[in-house]
Write a protein that binds this ligand. Structure first.
Ligand SMILES: [Zn+2]
Length: 182
């Protein structure tokens, strides 16, 4: 006798039953809105590689955040585009950097919004790698120290969640828990 012997479709029979037994439900409350923050004034430029996503300057940020919040989306994920780049990604952990300033503005204007930040050095290094490069290799341990500094600066600005790629060695920053529990 070939498989399947029976086809138990009774739980898919109609919308009411499907709604009762479904294991996953996606709503607007699950969404996270990505935002790409750039220097300058009056900027809201569509990103060519990411249609309907925009580079926003800080003065255009809050209007967008309020719209997102009014739609019921509870979280934003911030990516920063620095003015300058160097070998140590200094702008990534500058307390007055583009992301840190954006976090402060958002938390002031829409305190309930969950602000997630991208803990990453790629956008901030002159070579585009996510850490310190020496002798042709990524220096993991020293790079993690920089990532800790990034995380701490984001937390001090008011961000509560962080995404990052490098392995979680010596992570998080020793001062991070006292900052986020304030
Ligand atoms: Zn990175």
């Amino acid at each position: 006798m070939s498989y399947p012997i029976t086809r138990p479709r009774r739980l898919r029979k109609n919308a009411v039953i499907r709604s009762m037994v479904r294991e996953s439900a996606l709503s607007v409350g699950d969404l996270i809105y990505p935002m790409f923050i750039t220097h300058g004034k009056g900027i809201r430029e569509e990103i060519e590689a990411l249609p309907e996503n925009y580079h926003l300057s800080l003065d255009r940020l809050i209007d967008e955040v309020k719209t997102v919040w009014d739609l019921g989306i509870p979280a934003v994920l911030l990516f920063g585009i620095p003015e300058g780049r160097d070998d140590l990604a200094s702008e990534a952990y500058n307390p007055k950097g583009i992301v840190q300033n954006a976090v402060r503005l958002i938390k002031k204007a829409v305190p309930g919004m969950v602000v997630i930040t991208d803990v990453c050095l790629c956008e901030y290094t002159s070579h585009g790698h996510c850490g310190i490069i020496e002798d042709g290799y990524l220096q993991n341990d020293r790079s993690v120290e920089l990532l800790q500094k990034v995380t701490l600066s984001h937390a001090e600005a008011g961000s509560l969640s962080f995404g990052q790629l490098l392995p979680r060695k010596a992570w998080p920053h020793p001062r991070l828990s006292s900052v986020v529990s304030r």
